[in-house]
Design a protein around this ligand. Structure first.
Ligand SMILES: Cc1ncc(COP(=O)(O)O)c(C=O)c1O
Length: 390
């Protein structure tokens, strides 16, 4: 047996992985000697703050941390997460029953549907979106029902547009604000509507708050769990990846409804053995130390956002400054779809940006720039785009 014959339907039915294709195209251009400016991946370019690294280097010598971690996560880490939520997000959770350590949110998102979705059940999935909501649902044998995120609705889903028969077979819903890839934000009122909707239809809400702290211009992103009744229907997922430049460390956590936390924890205890405790110890340091490093990074991202925005607006692209996330989501110029425009940027200007369609078909017509290069490099990218005479 080889190739498709060997693989399960769930693998064979996966859409082609666009990001791998982009990497290949990038390598091809680099091989020609082009100095490529990569605004594609959402991976912070700055190092993890020193005090977090120091904490890890101390923890790594502790033999207690060399053994299997606990399934739900170290109490110290879950307690630090609960304190951080109280201090920074304004809600309280019990570290024993309402917190769960995850090995990065990707892991948590991919495994969550296994706790709630039976084959044939539906999960509501935004589009465009981080692809793992859909893939996790499909891997659990579920159907992913698309909630289009349209610019005219502020890239929020229209809950009233979801047909009653879909609601009847829906078990869970994924949301993500501040949003990747659109940079959109949601307000308290929207989250209230979500709670009503979830309560009326018996739906588990998983709110991915990976970008909770990448905020600009005094904006503070609200927490879903701050809404009355949210603790009855949902969980919120937080990651240390973007907030503390720790994407390589693989550490995140879920907080919220204890039954939902227990369900996800049950799945996880059967498929992984927890996050390395030295990493959780460093996570404690990140969550409990001064948050100045977060404000410092936001200042850096803001300067980059402003530089890119100025350039894109000069090129005639109508882009508003996003209040949160390190992504700038821009409409592509007339005459192009998102793949064609990203190809043009790469081949004629040596710039990598992600075509919106990579996040779902409602993302076509847009391109995502990640602000993970210096202002100088962003200015260079803008100058190269100007030469394209769009
Ligand atoms: C919306 C969203 N959720 C989750 C993740 C994954 O985060 P983690 O590094 O914690 O797995 C990402 C990463 O890009 C993301 O954009």
């Amino acid at each position: 047996m080889t190739g498709e014959e060997m693989y399960a339907d769930r693998i064979n039915s996966l859409p082609p992985y666009l990001f791998a294709a982009i990497d290949e195209a990038k390598a091809e251009v680099m091989n020609k000697g082009v100095d490529v400016i990569d605004l594609g991946v959402g991976d912070p370019d700055q190092p993890t703050p020193q005090h977090i690294i120091d904490s890890m280097s101390e923890a790594i010598y502790n033999p207690n941390y060399h053994r299997y971690p606990s399934y739900n996560g170290m109490y110290d880490f879950r307690n630090a997460a609960a304190d951080w939520c109280k201090e920074n997000r304004g809600f309280e959770v019990d570290p024993d029953t309402q917190t769960l350590t995850m090995i990065g949110l990707k892991e948590g998102i991919a495994h969550s549907p296994l706790a709630f979705i039976n084959p044939g059940d539906t999960a509501l999935v935004p589009n465009p979106a981080y692809p793992v909501y859909k893939i996790g649902t499909l891997f659990a044998g579920g159907e992913a029902y698309t909630m289009p995120l349209l610019e005219e609705n502020g890239f929020l889903p229209d809950l009233d547009a979801i047909p009653k028969e879909v609601c009847d077979r829906t078990k869970m819903m994924f949301l993500n604000y501040p949003n990747n890839p659109t940079g959109a934000v949601a307000d308290h009122k929207f989250f209230e509507e979500v709670v009503d909707f979830a309560r009326d239809n018996d739906i588990v809400v998983v709110h991915d708050n990976a970008y909770s702290d990448i905020v600009f211009d005094g904006y503070e992103s609200p927490s879903f769990l701050n809404v009355d009744g949210a603790m009855d229907v949902g969980v919120e997922l937080y990651s240390l990846s973007k907030t503390y430049n720790m994407t390589g460390w693989r550490i995140a956590f879920a907080v919220g409804n204890s039954d939902i936390i227990k369900g996800i924890g049950k799945v996880k205890s059967n498929v992984d053995s927890g996050a390395f405790e030295a990493v959780q110890k460093a996570g404690v340091t990140a969550l409990t130390s001064s948050q100045q490093c977060v404000s410092d990074m936001n200042k850096i991202y803001k300067d980059r956002r402003d530089a890119l925005l100025k350039g894109l607006n000069k090129l005639g692209l109508d882009v508003k400054p996003q209040k949160a996330t390190f992504y700038t989501w821009a409409p592509v110029p007339e005459g192009y779809n998102s793949i064609e425009f990203s190809k043009l940027l790469l081949e004629d200007a040596g710039i990598v940006a992600t075509p919106g369609v990579g996040f779902g078909d409602y993302g076509d017509g847009y391109i995502r720039f990640a602000l993970t290069q210096t202002v100088e490099r962003i200015n260079q990218a803008v100058a190269r785009m100007e030469e394209l005479e769009l």
